[in-house]
Write a protein that binds this ligand. Structure first.
Ligand code: DGY
Length: 320
């Protein structure tokens, strides 16, 4: 039997690349720049497994590129960059890497909450520009977290881990919006809100943890931002498309929102121009899962899915 041919579209942690290479015929995009749509489409004819990341757009045209790929083993938990319907229609299985990046992403949500609340980005920029004139009681005064309400939008694994850190570590009160109440909320004394606008109206900080895609596109639009409390903060580690960034920029400019912390954008690596000039927004380059342990675990999880596929077993993390 010929060995499985696997295309890895970006560099993965070395240990994972080695583990893949020991098992199968792998080709890694060593340039580590995004592949073209034409290159991805061609790969559908040349490989058995395509192993992409969030920076690849696996749309209908790419999927139509060939008939050989039978597994798309995504490196990452989110899969809104993959056209699942097109994959299903061609009998291609799709897997992701859930669970292993929960802690890292929740840590980053807290990083953004703290940076926005304590104006850390503004302070660092001021200092590096040589503009710090010394300590004074009114300098860069931010907001405390203790006793403030964190509204969590989407109460899955990452939303819960973020709530847990905020509640246990920083004394925040938790409210959450989800399709239905979750039993895990009890241990955090978290209040369920069945209506998003209600949650937004009572939260001092709002942290987004819903999947991307059509169902959540512009969930946080001008109306939702208006519903948020005067002087509150918006944190997004989910997907850029969940937020209307023009409306967000306006809410930050007018002072209706005190600040925001963003890790994701609708057309990465582009960052909405309207945000770049604003002091009260922290902008990070999609770092949610970026620690060495997590990135390796993500790769090993993708490998486990490829291994199951190679053996004809049930795929542990099948999403389509
Ligand atoms: C994911 O896994 O979906 C992240 O956005 C990339 O780590």
């Amino acid at each position: 039997m010929r060995p499985l041919r696997v295309l890895v579209t970006r560099r993965w942690p070395e240990a994972v690349e080695c583990a893949l290479g020991e098992r199968w015929d792998i080709v890694v995009n060593r340039d580590d720049t995004p592949m073209t749509q034409v290159g991805l489409a061609k790969a559908m004819e040349e490989f058995d497994v395509l192993a992409p990341t969030v920076s690849d757009r696996i749309n209908e045209e790419v999927i139509a590129g060939g008939d050989r790929v039978k597994l798309i083993a995504n490196y990452g938990v989110g899969f809104d960059h993959i056209d699942l319907d097109a994959a299903k229609a061609k009998g291609i299985a799709v897997t992701n890497t859930p669970g292993v990046l929960t802690d890292a992403t929740a840590d980053l949500a807290l990083t953004l909450i703290l940076m926005a609340a304590r104006r850390a980005g503004e302070g660092e920029r001021e200092l590096r520009a040589g503009n710090w004139s010394g300590w004074r009681p009114t300098h860069l005064v931010g907001s405390a977290l203790k006793g403030k309400v964190l509204g969590v939008v989407g109460f899955g694994r990452i939303g819960q881990a973020t709530a847990e850190r905020a509640h246990r570590g920083f004394g925040m009160t938790i409210a959450y919006f989800a399709r239905e109440p979750k039993p895990e909320a009890e241990a955090l004394n978290a209040e369920y809100c069945s209506d998003l606008q209600d949650l937004l109206a009572k939260s001092d900080f709002v942290s987004l943890h819903v999947p991307g895609g059509d169902d959540t596109a512009n969930l946080i639009d001008a109306r939702a931002l208006t519903a948020m409390k005067q002087g509150s903060y918006l944190i997004n580690t989910a997907r850029g498309g969940v937020v209307d960034h023009d409306a967000l920029a306006e809410a930050l400019r007018s002072g209706h929102l005190a600040g925001a912390g963003l890790d994701v954008y609708p057309r990465e690596p582009q960052v909405p121009e309207a945000l770049l000039g604003l002091e009260n927004v922290v902008l990070l380059p999609h770092l949610g899962s970026a620690n060495a342990e997590t990135r390796e675990a993500m790769g090993m999880r993708a490998l486990a899915n490829i291994e199951a596929f190679a053996k004809g077993e049930d795929l542990p993390d099948r999403v389509a």
